[in-house]
Design a protein around this ligand. Structure first.
Ligand SMILES: C[S@@+](CC[C@H](N)C(=O)[O-])C[C@H]1O[C@@H](n2cnc3c(N)ncnc32)[C@H](O)[C@@H]1O
Length: 335
């Protein structure tokens, strides 16, 4: 069975990395047939219902479809491939498309699809029984049948300004969720954020069923984090106030660490040189992460990667331009 994932174009590496990590986290076997900035296609024995349930944890994928075909974006090719598809005779149908090419006129291609798929059918715009989705890129047109639309509005609804405790340091929930996913955590496993701030990362980890542990050097952040988790009914008895060096007193071993280190700009380091703090943090975190566990670390600059590499092996990095004067580096390390 092949599945087609429509990726967000908000970032060039994060969406596919997040998706691949989710599939690995759920121990689902697959091979990648195609991967680019627009889509990812996999071949797998995974059932439709299982794939749809994995979709519930993703932040940077828009749709998951069962894959029908891909071809060069010409009317002749599209018609030929569409005619070979076996789609049940009954049921209403809609064809939707997304044109990601700046040079191709989508209308003739969509009409070609419609002339094959819509023939003799009730075509409806709302709640069709069958939704055919086409993604038009410069060189390839991908066609799938919608399985699930990812609920991305939930991330907007959980932005820090709508939560009971506000601070501008909090990551956008969709980024926090993607970082949680990059850690490979599964429901019921334990995830630690030792610089938890408002609790944005722990909130997203809790939403996918992970057990969360958090700490911060500022008591007001600890209180705010607890308040936020309580608001979303996430157990919050393991949130405490401590410097990162003392975390071993409360925590012995965790399955994953996801955190956003201070950048020395908006967030305090209490006067400590940033390289010193990063070195202490990596050292102590390496002692409590399980073997083969992942530490996903947000940092102010990729200069800091070399510190992390003294304690962990570096798997991948993703740079994110937060605004004009701040580019963040998200690094995935493994112990
Ligand atoms: C970038 S913020 C984390 C933001 C968080 N991800 C959120 O969603 O709100 C970094 C946090 O690290 C905390 N911090 C700074 N130095 C620390 C230290 N030595 N040990 C533990 N926490 C520290 C700060 O109080 C701040 O809340």
């Amino acid at each position: 069975m092949k599945y087609l994932f429509e990726l967000s174009k908000e970032h060039h590496t994060l969406p596919s990395a997040e998706l691949i990590s989710c599939l690995h986290a759920e121990r689902l076997p697959f091979i990648i047939i195609e991967k680019n900035n627009d889509v990812l296609v996999i071949d797998t024995s995974i059932s439709e219902s299982k794939i749809a349930s994995v979709g519930q944890r993703m932040a940077f994928t828009f749709y998951i479809d069962t894959f029908l075909f891909s071809c060069s974006p010409t009317i002749g090719n599209v018609t030929e491939h569409a005619k070979k598809q076996k789609i049940e005779q009954n049921g209403s149908l809609a064809i939707r498309h997304k044109n990601r090419s700046e040079t191709i006129d989508s209308q003739p291609l969509v009409q070609a699809l419609a002339s094959v798929f819509s023939r003799g059918r009730n075509v409806v715009l709302n709640n069709p029984d069958i939704e055919i989705r086409a993604y038009i890129t410069d060189k390839v047109l991908y066609v799938g049948r919608k399985l699930v639309e990812i609920n991305r509005t939930q991330f907007e609804q959980r932005k820090v300004q709508y939560r009971p405790f506000f601070s501008p340091i909090s990551l956008h929930p969709k980024i926090a969720r993607a970082l949680v996913n990059l850690s490979g955590i599964r429901a019921k496993e334990t995830l630690l954020d030792p610089f938890c701030g408002t609790g944005g990362i722990l909130l997203e980890a809790g939403r996918i069923g992970a057990k969360v542990i958090g700490s911060d050097i500022e008591q007001k952040m600890v209180d705010g984090c607890r308040q936020t988790l309580a608001f979303y009914h996430i157990p919050h008895d393991n949130i405490f106030c401590t410097d990162v060096s003392s975390i071993g007193k409360n925590v012995s071993c965790v399955d994953a660490i996801v955190t956003d280190l201070p950048y020395g700009k908006a967030t305090t380091t209490k006067g400590e040189p940033i390289t010193n703090l990063y070195d202490r943090a990596f050292h102590h975190l390496s002692e409590i992460l399980k073997t083969n566990g992942r530490a996903v670390i947000g940092m102010g600059h990729n200069d800091m990667l070399s510190i992390g590499k003294q304690y962990f092996s570096l798997k991948e990095t993703h740079t994110w331009r937060a605004h004009r004067s701040l580019t963040r580096c998200f690094a995935v390390f493994e112990k």
